[in-house]
Design a protein around this ligand. Sequence first.
Ligand SMILES: *Cc1c(COP(=O)(O)O)cnc(C)c1O
Length: 574
Amino acid sequence: MEPLISLEEFLKEPKIAYFSMEIGVHNDMHTYSGGLGVLAGDTIRSAADLKIPLLAVSLLSKKGYFNQDIDAEGNQKENPAPWQPEQFMEPLPLKVSVELCGRPVAVRSWLFVQRSVTGGKVPILFLDTDIPENAPEDREITASLYGGDIRYRLMQEAILGIGGVRMLRKLGFDIKKYHMNEGHASFLTLELLLEYRKDIEAVWDEDLVWDVAKVKDLCVFTTHTPVEAGHDVFPYDLFKEVMGEIIPIRIIKKWAGPDKLNMTHLALNLTEYVNGVAKKHKEVSMLMFPGYEFSSITNGVHSFTWTGEPMRNLFDKYLPGWANEPELFVRVGRIPEDELWEAHMASKRSLIDYVNRATGAGLSHDLLTIGFARRATAYKRGDLIFRDIERLGRIGQGKLQFIFAGKAHPKDTPGKQVIKHVFECMKTLADRIKIVYLKNYDMDLALKLVSGVDIWMNTPQRPREASGTSGMKAAHNGIVNFSVLDGWWIEGHIEGYTGWAIGPAVSNESETQEVRDEKDAEDLYGKLEKTIIPLYYGDRHMWVRMMQNAIGKNAYYFNTHRMMLRYVTEAYIK
Ligand SMILES: *Cc1c(COP(=O)(O)O)cnc(C)c1O
């Protein structure tokens, strides 16, 4: 059978290879779990639009992440989420091998092509070990996204980093830069060190065979995690058992840490260009990793993907060309206010109707609707709004309704507890405020939410939100943000103009988390009651002005077209 798509056309010019553990290209390809994967997908979509010579490498994750079910008490249940790769792409015949636990593991890749209406194309290689020549357990290595134990994770990262580079070489790509999207892909540096090993005779210092300067020059690293525990760390014993002495452990320790192999340290020491995903995140990263140079390129979202249908039509009418040139949002003031409001209401009605069909909640088209959807994990404080239930009940009765969504990682017990707590509060408030929690937050649901609510709320503990991107999606739909000043919102926020802050700009270091929660909640209630609710019901003209500012100031800047142009000029072309 003739292959439907040929690799040939992609081999003609040198490429930037973008490595990511997860990539969200399509709602029904379960190769993503959340923000990191959606960012990777948006990166690829913008690269295709802008015809940036980029390709991507990830794992096939044929068994997906998981499908979330929640019972009436708020207990999350995880169901399998398999998908059919053959519906979207096809496997390439060439294979490579990676030795794990002393036996060769064969790896193949599936080729998916992300196409843009501009004619740009970005190939994505999804690595897959589920082939007959592998032992049954090895066939599972690339199956489950963020599943299994630490050993499973190590094997996955070996396939991604080492297998990925070998695959690119085998297929005949000419790679100019390797971009690691988070530390999961750091092992690619080891494969590059092996590739560029110097052939020096009579070496007096055997360390000199490792051409660190060459590898550093080839690599770009984006870190995403402002929390120590969020970085992958492996005991050297385990590393040695799984990967052998691919490079002497004594040498690896110099780059990845003396006690344990830290994937972030490995990437930091073998990369010339390192960046954080927002300005604040750069500062936090410099404190976490003293002695390293960090840049910052603030994240964005893919404008077309994250704009709902009614708004797209409006932008087409007044700002033609916006999707490939989001700078045109600067002219948002040309859109008549009544048409902007009507497009918003069309999105809102379709969200509310969807929610009512799905849950029977009986939400209203006319009440001020607040959306909160993100990974359910303790630091995101999804239940901060319920800190004083009676007060929320008084403020919100007859005026507010809420839509929540978000999955907790299967092993994140405190995260699951947050979901349960939201359910308890829903019940307590049932007679006064309608609140729904939608199951199985994914990209399709995200678009419905960020285009259909009136306010997008975010309440993380500072400074743990590296960037956050769902608020940028909301801004593309004229949805106003009401959030803690962290991540991107520090840069996008103008009080009372693009949205509102929750809590202070900087935390008082001497305060306990308990005190901060209390103060943030106090500010949240105060602004809802005194500013936001009166404005929504009392001054529609000003409200629509703020919607325009969300588009003209926030969407204008926080998009992946701007982000990618900066990656090209600051990180890829040097
Ligand atoms: C955009 C998106 C995220 C990331 O949102 P944050 O605001 O960064 O938490 C997570 N999950 C899905 C499905 C998304 O679409």
